[in-house]
Design a protein around this ligand. Structure first.
Ligand code: HAM
Length: 433
């Protein structure tokens, strides 16, 4: 047995920024699987992809996500361009999608417009389990329709993605936070309630109470959670339209047999929501109630960003959190099929010919491994053995001149010389056996 080489660990000069990570090795299978499922479901539900810039005008998030949200108050990665323009790394997709919808005149298309995105988002918060500074979301938006069936359909799409990833023991938390008609009155009732309990609130909530009382409902501090449990509930204060909308959404969810839990404390930390809000939680959640994703209706945002009165609804899934749960639940991601064939070459002329042959084989959908930078046949065949391929193809000077190639069965070691022009058919025939 050759002695394993012990590599001396290098201390790198640079490391990734705090709260940001490289994705490689084993982790990559999870990402590939998740992306495959998201793309497939997006197609099944007829969504079109939108790729927007990672940087946006900072004013977009201030206006859309909301000045009093944690995201805008404390968590934005901001920069000033050489031209003096203030930009921010996107902390979420929704404002960018609506900006793009308006800027590109997508409202002229038949409504609703259904768009999805997938990529990195950035929030400058203290990193901890389930909270990163760069993380990734898949994000779905339906713009231009107020029908409650769409809220339910989006929830079912999110659910479908999580089921396809084989996640178990999840539940849907759902609430309605009303609209411009009914919410102000509820906020007054809520303010009164919290005012009476001011001394029991955490400092953050005491500060938020004036501007955004709804946010107090989903504060994660123990003493605030206790208060939220006994707070007046918005469902008792919804206007008729919001009440009917919520009832319809729940009926559609019943029809789809989706396991939802009415959660009167669910307010979500973003300013644009109206009516339905929801999150998906794992049942084995810890006290911090880590949500795998969430969303809701936002019927006022398009107008707020300069468009016409346009209802919309959407959600985003948190990719890192979903992958973490796949690991906790020991879900094996679909592995990439290993190579079936190894292509070995010997000598300069053979290397050139092999380069072309490699392309012929992959075009024929045969999974081929190679090491074109290696010159020794022995070491190439050793790699082929390690990869566990069924067949190796060997191309030397002689074979190139004779327009042939050697096929080696890696189990029996038997070798045959065949016409190189017939190689695709010959390989496929052997792989079928
Ligand atoms: P959000 O709840 O802020 O919603 O984020 C969605 C998901 O992103 C969360 O449920 C969580 O899984 C993940 N997430 C959030 N922050 C972090 C973090 N620091 N580290 C790791 N994962 C995180 C939105 O972003 C809305 N734009 C969703 C939406 C779309 N609403 C309507 N349309």
């Amino acid at each position: 047995m050759p002695k394993p080489k012990i590599e001396k660990k290098i201390t790198p000069l640079f490391t990734a920024p705090k709260g940001m990570q490289d994705i490689l090795g084993e982790e990559e299978h999870y990402w590939r699987d998740l992306q495959r499922v998201v793309e497939k479901e997006a197609q099944s539900f007829n969504f079109k992809k939108i790729v927007s810039p990672i940087l946006e005008d900072i004013g977009l998030f201030q206006r859309a996500t909301g000045e009093t949200t944690d995201i805008v108050e404390k968590e934005m990665f901001e920069l000033t361009t050489k031209g003096g323009r203030s930009l921010a790394l996107r902390p979420e997709f929704t404002p960018s999608v609506i900006r793009a919808y308006l800027e590109n005149g997508l409202y002229a298309q038949p409504l609703p417009v259904k768009l999805y995105s997938l990529g990195p988002v950035f929030r400058y918060a203290q990193p901890q389990a389930g909270r990163k500074r760069q993380f990734h979301q898949f994000n779905f938006e339906i713009i231009g329709d107020k029908a409650p069936v769409l809220d339910a359909q989006l929830i079912s799409l999110f659910w479908e993605i999580l089921k396809k990833l084989k996640l178990k023991n999840l539940n849907i938390q759902i609430n309605s936070i009303g609209c411009g008609q009914c919410r102000p009155a509820y906020e007054r009732v809520l303010k009164d309630y919290y005012q009476r309990n001011l001394s029991k609130l955490c400092p953050d909530c005491r500060r938020r109470l004036k501007k955004n009382p709804l946010r107090l409902l989903d504060c994660k501090e123990d003493k605030c959670r206790l208060l939220a449990n006994n707070a007046p509930q918005i469902v008792d204060h919804l206007c008729e339209e919001c009440h009917d909308h919520f009832k319809d959404v729940l009926e559609f969810l019943d029809e789809l047999e989706l396991p939802y839990i009415l959660n009167p404390s669910l307010a979500r930390g973003l300013d644009y929501y109206t009516k339905t809000v929801f999150e998906v939680w794992p049942q084995e959640k810890d006290e911090r109630q880590i949500s795998l994703g969430g969303g809701g209706r936002y019927d006022l945002l398009v107008k707020l960003l300069g468009g016409r009165d346009t209802a919309a609804v959407g959600f985003a899934g948190g990719i890192e959190r979903i992958i973490d749960l796949m690991k906790v639940q020991k879900v094996e991601p679909a592995k990439v099929a290993p190579p079936q064939v190894y292509l070995a070459q010997l000598g300069e002329t053979a290397k050139k010919r092999a380069l072309k042959l490699f392309k012929t084989l992959i075009d024929a959908k045969i999974k081929v491994a190679e090491n074109f930078s290696k010159d020794s046949l022995k070491s190439q065949l050793r790699t082929a053995n390690r990869l566990g391929v069924r067949i190796s193809l060997i191309l030397g000077q002689k074979e190139v001149l004779e327009e042939t190639i050697i096929i080696r069965d890696m189990t029996t070691g038997v070798q045959e010389v065949v016409d190189i022009k017939k190689i695709v058919g010959e390989v496929k025939k052997r792989l079928r056996r």
